[in-house]
Design a protein around this ligand. Sequence first.
Ligand code: AMP
Ligand code: MG
Length: 324
Amino acid sequence: MASSKDIEKAAGVLRAGGLVALPTETVYGLAADAMDPAAISRIFQVKGRPPSHPLIVHLAGAEQLDAWVQDVPVAARVLAEHFWPGPLTLVLRRGPRVPLEATGGLETVAVRVPDHPVALALLAAFGGGVTAPSANRFGSVSPTTANDVRAELGDAVDFVLDGGPCQVGVESTIVDVTGEAPTILRPGGVTREDLEAVLGHPLAVPSTSQVRVPGQHPSHYAPRARVVLVEPETVIAEAEAASESGHQVGVFLPAAFADVPVKAHAVVAVPASPAAYAQGLYGFLREFDQQGCDLIIASLPAEQGLGLAIANRLRRAAGPRHTV
Ligand code: AMP
Ligand code: MG
């Protein structure tokens, strides 16, 4: 676990224009000074991420919001007050200090306050904001431990802060509050139901089948192995058929079938609790890759609560692969 000396060192790396891998409650981020265009450019280089994909600016607290954005609507204040620190990202109108490099050229900027003691300590020591996309190569599985980051990025990152395994395990929920009504751009760690309870009205369900905002490619969060989604009742039969035809199959075994033996290369029993499933999801995908699977058979969970974010990530993991 990162010590206070590590935090000081990491803050120094940020001040010098370097990159720090940062634990958050969602996934590990690759952080740079949000006001340093050259440092931000290095993030895009290291990740292999197209520069048109906007980044999320991470702040130490809601009281910093007005330094970074303009025209904050009441709904945004209510959501920030209720869910920060936490896995909720708000898209707002960009303030003058936000470089266009951080927003992919957009006049809006995504901001959040992470709920992790190491992230908050670094933000306090650094004194500014950091842009921090997930600390993985573009399109691949997000890291949820410091070791995942080291395995994925190696020397390309200047300093890795270890904050233990991420508690939420999937990325933040992104809500655009610049329009008439708040809209969910990406489901994540804060559920739609929780947002609706606080706002007092229903929110549109995001479509996962189309590209809605920059950075929302059909294929993302993808392991090396091909991911195929089937109905829960057919997971076992599909997995065994694929194994028999020579594939090294990794299986996400639905909780309802947890006790059924499956003939496959690797089997993960899906945790019955959506929170545990979300927390483990990326680790399971990485594990299948490490075990040499070339095919992963999974089914979608019910799309409510955290199941909405899990289904979104599985769909994208199974989506058509893109070329950068
Ligand atoms: P991540 O890759 O987890 O850092 O998530 C960043 C994602 O936030 C991007 O891929 C976009 O989908 C979304 N995003 C960031 N900034 C904006 C913005 N200004 N408008 C709309 N979406 C944004
Ligand atoms: Mg990412």
